[in-house]
Structure formats: C-alpha cells, structure tokens
Design a protein around this ligand. Structure first.
Ligand SMILES: [Fe+2]
Length: 380
C-alpha cells in the first residue's frame, strides 16, 4: 500500500439546529470572541443569520459584501475594510463564495503581501490566519472542511485557489436547517458540485484509503438524496444527507484534490459567467467517459455506490448522465453561450493548467480536450 497523509484539523459540529449553539461551540473551543467580523452575502443577512450572531456576542461587525465567484479585487477591498475592524474571530456564513472569501481575508490579515502573490502557491501563508468559523448555507463546496479558497481573476479568465493548511476553518457548523431556503436550481448546482468533488477525488491518483471512504459515501448520499432535496426543499432529512455528502466531498478533495472536470468548469465559469456547479455538471460525464478504462475500478465502485446494476463502465457513465439530466442542465454547451469559435481559446486556457493534471487517471492531450469540447457542443 502507498503511504498517505491525512490532515483535517477542523472541528465539525453537524446536525439540525447546531447554528444555535454557535456561542457555546466558540466558548468550548476557547476562541477569542471579543471582536467578531461576520462575512456573508445578502441572503444570510435577509434570513437573519448575521443578526443572530450580533445578538449572541458583544462586539460584532457585519460585512455583507460577498458576491458569487469572489474576485481578486473584492478580496482586496474587503480585506482593507475588515483590517480596520481588526477582528479576533471571523464567522463566515453563506455558500462556498462567502466561506472562500472569508478564508482569504483571514489569511491576508496576518500575512503581508498582495493576494496575487499567494494564489496557486502551495502552503502560501507563513503565519496562521485569524481563526475562522464556517457556517455553510448551501451543500456544495465543502469549503468548511478544506484548506482551499478559490478566487476569480476576470481579466485573465482565471479561477484559482489559495492553498494553505492555515485556511482550514477552526470550526465548521453544518446545520442543514440553514439550507432549506436554497432555491431548487441552487440546490441542484451546489449538490452536483459536491458530487463532482466526490467523483474527482475518487479517480485521482492521490486518492487515499481515507479519501475513498469519503468519496464513496458522499456519492451514495448525494445521488440518493439530492433528487429529494431538489423536489422538496423542506425535506430536512434529504437536506441533512446532502449536506453530509457535501462535507465528505470537501474532505475527499482535501486529501486527493479535484481534477479535469474542475479545471474545465473553472474556465467555463469565468468565460461565460456560469455557476460553478452547473459548469461541473456540463463536464462530469464527458470527462468520466474520457477516463474510461483508465479509471475502470473507480467507475465500477461509483456504479455500486449508485446501486447501478451493471458492470459495464460506459453504462455506468450513461446512468450518471441520466442522473445529471434530471436536474435540467442544458444538453449541450451552446445555450450557455459557447460556440465553435471559442474552442481554441478554451483549449489553450486548459493546457495552461496542465500542471494540475498530473494526478488524473488519464492525462489529456490538447486534442483530447478539443474532442471533449466539440462533443459537448453537439450533444451531452
Ligand atoms: Fe467545486
């Protein structure tokens, strides 16, 4: 067996109404709660989550400027604002965008330098970040248990992560009750992001015995319960299981990394303003089909996790395609604005990320990526 490492220092508090225990959990972790910066988007404000924190502690300031797919510029601006407040603790409430942005800010507050200097650099921070409590309100990114924070650079059509073990939140509060107000399309997109994490981590060459457990359990939970959560937003049992699957997805990519689906989805997302989960949905089955026999055992285990009665990997990929279709994603890339003329720039952006492809079960050539895109322009 290959040697492996597993490092996941975040304390997870999982379950219904756990958000209400925020204060107790901060106290039991002996966090300094004298000055709390809440970083969130408008929906956390609207649902009263930010105000709840304000009522629990004495000195709380709310920064509600989070936008989806946070940009480098927004990270810089918001860091300056939060710096003036000088918090002892940050509480991030929201989807992956809010948590990622809060992570970047928590790191920048204690480390000199421009945010660009840290992007894509392994273990980018020298000093520990300001402690962060992450409270997800979607079930997708798994960011509450990862050392990653993704930022977007619109000008250069790039989306890339900051990576540091100092970016693990100190506490993750996964309360599924906070996810019931998600609109159906957000439930679908974020859930498919989580499923993609589980599948990409499973086929990664960096997969470990621990990450595989997370991946397979995540695949089971998400494929079984996401359709229920999508159909009935208030189905709390389904919400709970999908949230658990999303957290497992985060733990799996922490050990094994994501893969080609994410590389292509980041490009699609930034070039055409497509939500991250939908962008993943567009590529997931095509990339798995491309891996084919190179990921035979993993595809078979995905089939078993999804209770698919087939040992033919291409039939399994077909079932995954069917599963994704259920949530109403477009059949081709065309309705998203992609045209044949864009393929060359898309391929060069992907090839510029070749360094991210060393852990894939099959490493694509330029021609392979072109073929995947051409096929997806014609059909799914
Ligand atoms: Fe993702």
């Amino acid at each position: 067996m290959k040697t492996f490492k597993h490092h996941m220092p975040t304390k997870v508090i999982f379950g219904r109404k756990t958000f209400l225990k925020l204060k107790d959990e901060c106290e039991s972790a002996k966090l300094d709660t004298s000055k709390i910066a809440v970083i969130c988007g408008k929906s956390a404000l609207h649902h009263g989550y930010a105000d709840f924190v304000k009522k629990q502690f004495e000195n709380v300031e709310i920064f509600d400027d989070v936008m989806s797919d946070p940009s480098v510029e927004l990270a810089k601006e918001l860091t300056e604002k939060v710096k003036d407040f000088n918090p002892s603790l940050i509480v991030a409430i929201g989807g992956g965008s809010a948590i990622d942005l809060a992570k970047v800010i928590s790191g920048l507050l204690n480390n000199e330098g421009d945010v660009e200097e840290f992007i894509g650099v392994p273990e980018c921070f020298k000093n520990p970040a300001v402690p962060l409590v992450a409270v997800p309100t979607t079930s997708g990114s798994g960011s509450e248990v990862t050392p990653y924070a993704v930022l977007t650079n619109k000008k250069e059509w790039k989306k890339a992560p900051l990576i540091s073990s100092y970016l693990f939140p100190v506490i993750a509060i996964d309360d599924p009750e906070l996810t019931v107000t998600m609109p159906s399309h957000v439930t679908a997109n974020t859930g498919i992001d989580a499923l993609t994490h589980c599948m990409e981590a499973l086929v990664s060459k960096r997969a470990t015995p621990i990450s595989k457990l997370y991946s397979l359990e995540g695949i089971k939970l998400i494929t079984k319960y996401l359709p229920r959560a999508f159909g009935n937003p208030r189905d709390i049992e389904a919400r709970e299981k999908v949230m658990l699957g999303s957290m497992f997805g985060g733990m799996a990519i922490t050990d094994a990394g994501a893969g080609l689906v994410h590389t292509l989805a980041h490009i699609l997302g930034v070039m055409y303003d497509i939500p991250h989960g939908l962008a993943n949905a567009m590529f997931l089955s095509a990339v798995l089909e491309f891996y084919g026999l190179s990921a035979k055992d993993e595809l078979l285990s995905i089939g078993r996790a999804m209770e698919i009665e087939s040992s033919n990997i291409y039939e399994i990929v077909e079932k995954i395609k069917e599963f994704l279709r259920f949530f109403g994603k477009p059949e081709t890339l065309k309705p998203l604005g992609v045209s044949e003329d864009d393929i060359s720039s898309f391929v060069s952006l992907a090839m510029a990320k070749k360094f991210l492809m060393t852990n894939l079960p099959r490493i694509p050539s330029e021609k392979d990526i072109r073929t995947i895109l051409e096929k997806l322009l014609k059909n799914s």
